[in-house]
Design a protein around this ligand. Structure first.
Ligand SMILES: Nc1nc2c(c(=O)[nH]1)N[C@H]1C(S)=C(S)[C@@H](COP(=O)(O)OP(=O)(O)OC[C@H]3O[C@@H](n4cnc5c(=O)[nH]c(N)nc54)[C@H](O)[C@@H]3O)O[C@H]1N2
Ligand SMILES: Nc1nc2c(c(=O)[nH]1)N[C@H]1C(S)=C(S)[C@@H](COP(=O)(O)OP(=O)(O)OC[C@H]3O[C@@H](n4cnc5c(=O)[nH]c(N)nc54)[C@H](O)[C@@H]3O)O[C@H]1N2
Ligand code: SF4
Ligand SMILES: [Mo]
Length: 717
């Protein structure tokens, strides 16, 4: 028996782990707190990762090709790559590179070499068609950056905060922390306990008394979709009482008078009526924020999924700005980066509306956000009446048909593709409709670095993970897929250490890869670590991870103070007036909200035996009083109808939910339900979503929360 140190790649926390290996077979995983900045911690998915690997889920062991009759047959990886490479080369020759698109899903984010090889391939190809889950997740935050600007020193770490306000996130379950939600990704409960023992106050705004609410000093439970009103009212109180950070706003912001005018009538009483909460709670939250020294205000997916998500996010960031919620010159930077060292300056970076520039989408007059087109427009880009339309789509670690919602519209568009490839370790709903499914290797079979977590750790830390076991014959590494396809297309690649905010083409440092010489994955990792503060050989020698041995880093004063945050651009103000004029009663008595389950990560791990035992379906959770009003018993079958569609689900009572709200997890059930959610293994709330109506401006974000619904019993139940 041998103990191997590595890290979990199931989510972005990248928790350090120790795995017992016996004669080449992994036996068990346990937390490894030796050096990790989270201490010893693994969530149930991390603890089960060896079982997942050893077959608790139906992983794909072979690549598959779909024949004319629609059935899948196994295909050798080489043959699949030859066919895909030839088809792509022919499409590019006939229609140009824009005929090819990629969709980068949740599974792609933790595949370090795969994700960067994908970027290199897209850049070499020269297509603007990069889609990812970011634009159907929290791209409201990107829109705010583009319209307000950013503050270069970043927000305070949770370890420094006096007051943290989180709207619509549940980090104790999701481990979704920095940079937006301010929480720590690994060991979230322990981090919150430590922060509160130090005196930090936690305010949560969520229709559900979440698992995170156990740590809250104040929980406000609004109707979904009214964060804009609540945060406008908090801004109103900060301005009314003069408790905002005058010095910060004066030095770094423009547009305070427009904010004053906009929120003049947004009193706590007004917001309380709209969101159905008490005005006193809003006053209290504003008082705590106004009185505190170091404040962090952020959000999870809730406000980014609901109506007016871009407006809501702007108002949330506005409150953070009014509280001066960013590190200042002289502040200690707890994590200045290890693999990607960063410097921090106290400086506003003026907005730059990249989405107004070319390249633009074909189906709507919008450009890119951080180099990506909105995923909700992917179907329209496939069906556009244009020679530039998308004809081939590579789906890397994602299930866009399930994730985007509106499966009728989306699957009809996907059916028009000449080539649909799913690069995935599992068969999912998009894979079922693909021409080729490429079986991807699993984490413990490949080389990884903690590059994606580098900036998220609470303290500087890095880890390198070589493979522990060999990949099955029929599988390909994600990076191999992109390199092999490019080799077959005769495209030389330049491999780079890209990260968000960078234009791939502008990164000077690159490793040229020739189509003739197969890259060595360890050499790729060595290249990526080349800019870091720790030697790659030290990382190899310390599989438990390393903290760089460097002087403490502090925020530097601004070299230039000309940048300004634009607090209230005209389009944001117009969106606010539109929201404020909306009637509260739209004829639908209930609102459907989002939630996530601890034992699965979106579609991944959901079909493992442990997860299925706990979650045979994704119930429609309801307040028991709402159930009683509708005459619904526990576990009955209900129909849920939105303005866009209807699904059947199993109703379950949960008194953690406020009245008027039904909550359901996504990524359960088939794309389109059969009418029997128990036999289906759940229901797809995406059927209640529209990809043609009520999309937000700029990012075309669909509505995944706060969906107006009606619930009725199904009589034959
Ligand atoms: N275990 C597990 N972890 C995961 C995932 C998973 O599926 N399972 N998914 C991963 C992914 S892809 C993501 S993006 C993150 C998401 O991480 P989180 O953002 O923490 O996700 P949720 O738990 O869905 O939290 C959203 C919360 O918003 C509330 N809410 C809904 N609508 C509104 C609203 O209009 N306003 C307000 N204020 N609140 C609202 C909901 O009640 C819910 O508690 O989690 C990641 N981590
Ligand atoms: N109604 C509703 N819709 C939603 C949401 C919601 O809360 N409600 N949430 C939205 C959000 S935040 C997101 S992020 C999206 C999620 O959308 P997607 O990311 O498209 O969906 P996932 O199910 O996470 O797909 C991840 C896939 O990656 C695969 N995978 C895992 N590891 C690897 C790997 O190493 N390599 C490869 N090649 N594949 C791998 C998994 O098997 C899985 O099939 O859904 C969005 N849609
Ligand atoms: S929090 Fe994420 S990285 Fe940590 S053990 Fe769980 S799934 Fe793995
Ligand atoms: Mo997400």
């Amino acid at each position: 028996m041998e103990t191997v140190r590595t890290f979990c790649r199931n989510c972005s926390a990248a928790c350090a782990m120790a795995i017992e290996v016996d004669q080449g077979r992994m036996i068990s995983a346990r937390p490894d707190g030796a050096v990790s900045p989270y201490g010893a911690y693994l969530c149930p998915k991390g603890l089960a990762s060896v079982e997942f690997h050893n077959g608790a889920e139906d992983r794909l062991l072979n690549c598959l090709a779909r024949s004319a009759d629609g059935a899948f047959a196994p295909i050798e990886p080489e043959a699949a790559l030859d066919a895909i490479g030839a088809k792509l080369a022919a499409l590019v020759a006939e229609h140009g590179p824009r005929s090819v698109a990629v969709y980068h899903g949740t599974g792609a984010y933790r595949s370090t070499l795969g994700g960067l090889m994908e970027r290199a391939w897209v850049s070499a190809l020269g297509t603007p068609n990069f889609f990812s889950t970011m634009t159907i997740d929290q791209s409201a935050k990107w829109v705010t950056m583009a319209r307000m600007g950013t503050f270069a020193s970043g927000r305070h770490a949770m370890r420094d905060l006096d007051v943290a306000l989180l709207a619509g996130g549940n980090p104790v379950v999701t481990h979704q922390g920095a940079p937006f939600a301010l929480m720590e990704s690994g060991a979230p409960s322990r981090a919150l306990e430590t922060a509160r023992a130090r005196g930090m106050k936690l305010i949560l705004i969520d229709p559900r008394r979440t698992e995170t609410a156990r740590h809250a000093d104040l929980l406000i439970q609004p109707l979904p979709g009214h964060d804009a009103a609540i945060f406008a009212a908090i801004a109103h109180v900060l301005l009314r009482d003069g408790s905002y950070d005058h010095a910060f706003v004066e030095r770094w912001c423009a547009g305070l008078d427009d904010v004053r005018a906009l929120v003049a009538e947004a009193t706590p009483e007004w917001a309380a009526r709209r969101a159905d909460v008490s005005a006193a709670e809003i006053e209290l939250a504003a008082k705590w924020l106004g009185d505190a020294r170091k404040v962090g205000v952020g959000s999870g997916t809730g406000p980014s999924f609901s109506a007016h998500s871009n407006l809501a996010d702007h108002m949330i960031e506005l409150v953070n700005v009014l509280c001066g919620g960013y590190r200042r010159a002289g502040d200690l930077v707890r994590n200045p980066g290890t693999l990607r060292p960063r410097s921090f300056t106290e400086m506003a970076v003026s907005p730059s509306r990249g989405f107004e520039r070319k390249p633009k989408c074909l189906s709507a007059d919008t450009g890119q956000l951080l180099g990506e087109f909105p995923s909700a427009l992917l179907p329209g880009e496939i069906t556009a009446n244009s020679p530039d339309r998308i004809r081939a789509l590579i789906v890397f670690g994602g299930d866009p048909l399930k994730a985007m919602g509106d499966p009728a519209l989306a699957s009809a568009a996907f059916a028009k593709l000449d080539l649909l490839v799913s690069l995935d370790s599992r068969m999912n709903e998009t894979g079922k409709r693909a021409h080729y499914v490429i079986a991807a290797s699993q984490p413990f079979e490949r080389h990884d670095l903690t590059l994606a977590a580098d900036a998220l750790y609470p303290e500087a830390f890095a880890q390198y993970a070589p493979p522990i076991v060999a990949k099955p014959q029929g599988c390909l590494h994600d990076w191999e897929f992109f390199w092999e396809v490019s080799a077959r297309m005769g495209l030389p690649l330049i491999f780079k250490s890209w990260s968000y905010g960078q234009r791939f083409e502008d990164i000077a440092r690159g490793l040229p890869l020739s189509p003739a010489d197969r890259p060595d994955p360890e050499a790729l990792c060595r290249f990526l670590a080349g800019e870091g503060k720790v030697e790659f050989d030290s990382l190899v020698a310390h599989p438990e991870g390393l903290r760089p041995d460097s002087e403490p880093a502090f925020v530097q004063p601004a070299p230039d103070a000309s940048g300004k945050l634009q607090l209230m651009p005209a389009d944001v103000a117009a969106e606010f007036h539109g929201y404020a004029a909306e009637p509260l009663d739209d004829g639908y008595p209930l609102r459907l909200t989002c939630r996530r389950v601890l034992h699965a990560l979106n579609g991944a791990f959901r079909d493992s035996r442990a997860a299925r035992k706990r979650h045979p379906v994704n119930p429609a959770w309801m307040n028991p009083l709402d159930m009683a009003d509708l005459g619904l018993g526990e576990g009955v079958l209900v129909e849920i109808a939105s303005p866009h569609g209807a699904i059947r689900a199993v109703a379950r009572g949960e008194d953690r939910l406020r009245r008027g709200v039904v909550s359901m997890s996504h990524m359960f059930g088939p794309l389109v339900g059969s009418g029997d959610p128990i036999a289906d293994g759940g229901s797809n709330p995406g059927e209640l979503t529209s990809l043609s109506e009520v999309l937000e401006p700029i990012n075309f974000m669909p509505r995944f929360s706060g969906i107006p619904i009606r619930v009725s019993p199904v009589s034959e139940a």
